[in-house]
Design a protein around this ligand. Structure first.
Ligand code: FE2
Ligand code: FE2
Length: 339
């Protein structure tokens, strides 16, 4: 087993355009002001779902997780940087709402969760491809994409804890308890993923592939941070959480099959096998206890829960489409191909 040093901080990534350059150069070279001086960057010309803005947003959010080596920790609550982050979030959320589109009037959290529970037998996407035809190198690329999430798995949703109450809080924390190893540091899912990375001869360092993944991988994590860090979006955060738990078990089952076919190291299989079993239980807890209890106390959040589920689908579909497009063309899905 490799270790995942608790305090290890990632390096700031290279900028990918003017917006990420404005943020990264500031963090790398400046001390934060104590007075309000908005950090300026031109967002008008920047695609809200593009790599430049998404990397800038990811870097801003990371200040709330582990921060970056050499960055003054006071940047976390710097009003000038938060001003820029807020502008990026506004553009990002508007773009996601456009992508989700109009939600039918009869869509409810229950109908959405039922729909997600019904897996197509002839599905497409990376987990089906990897199970049936994918190469070990494509699997390693898949790990690198997912590393910007799984090495902080559980953390983005944990912002929800103070925003829930009663049974919804108790049941939500019961699921998170498993994500965080059920009392065992070696079984924290973040650690299991670091073990997977090392076993696959990838860099298991925290956010080691931040500069190598496309916007689509960053968007998937930024959406969780956005929902988690804003109390007004707590319904969407719960919907997103439900979508991840409901779809995790069958998706993980396909990845276990893929890894067994590839005769992958046991540590790689272990991470997904753990999710086949745990998430089958988590799905039921989230459906029957977290969502139902939340909606009993706050029924007006139902539309936001549906939005969170649909938003999760949009961003996961974008990442899946990116990977499949690259692999179908016979090229790497990473910005920096693996060795
Ligand atoms: Fe997990
Ligand atoms: Fe889970």
């Amino acid at each position: 087993m490799t270790t995942l040093p608790i305090a290890a901080q990632p390096k700031l990534p290279d900028a990918r355009g003017p917006v990420s350059a404005a943020v990264i150069e500031l963090l790398a070279h400046c001390a934060p002001h104590t007075h309000l001086e908005p950090v300026e960057a031109r967002l008008h010309d920047s695609d809200p779902l593009g790599l430049d803005l998404q990397l800038a947003l990811y870097v801003c959010y990371e200040l709330h997780y582990r921060d970056f080596a050499g960055v003054d920790p006071a940047w976390e609550w710097n009003a000038g940087l938060l001003h820029l982050r807020s502008r990026m979030e506004h553009a990002f959320l508007a773009a996601i709402r456009r992508e989700v589109g109009t939600i039918e009037a009869d869509a409810t959290p229950a109908t959405e969760m039922d729909r997600l529970s019904t897996e197509p037998a002839d599905g497409t996407g990376p987990s089906y491809h990897l199970r049936d035809h994918g190469t070990w190198q494509q699997m390693r690329e898949y790990f690198a994409h997912r590393s910007v999430y799984h090495l902080k798995e559980g953390d983005p949703h944990a912002w929800l804890i103070p925003r829930l109450g009663g049974q919804a809080k108790a049941s939500f924390v019961a699921v998170e308890y498993d994500e965080f190893g059920a009392g065992s540091g070696s079984q924290v899912h973040q650690q299991l993923f670091a073990d997977l990375m090392a076993a696959a001869e990838l860099d298991s360092g925290y956010l080691a592939y931040l500069g190598a993944v496309p916007a689509e991988a960053l968007i998937a994590v930024n959406l969780m941070s956005l929902f988690g860090l804003h109390r007004r979006l707590r319904g969407a955060a719960v919907g997103h959480f439900a979508a991840t738990e409901i779809t995790s078990s069958p998706g993980s089952q396909r990845l276990v099959a893929a890894l067994q076919r590839m005769q992958a190291p046991e540590a790689c299989i272990k991470f997904y096998r753990e999710h086949v079993e745990a998430d089958a239980v988590h799905e039921q807890v989230v459906r029957t206890e977290v969502i139902n209890s939340l909606l009993c106390s706050e029924p007006t959040l139902a539309d936001d829960v549906v939005f969170g589920i649909r938003a999760w689908e949009v961003v996961e579909d974008r990442l899946a489409y990116w990977m499949m497009k690259c692999w179908t063309c016979g090229r790497s899905s990473l910005l920096r191909p693996l060795d």
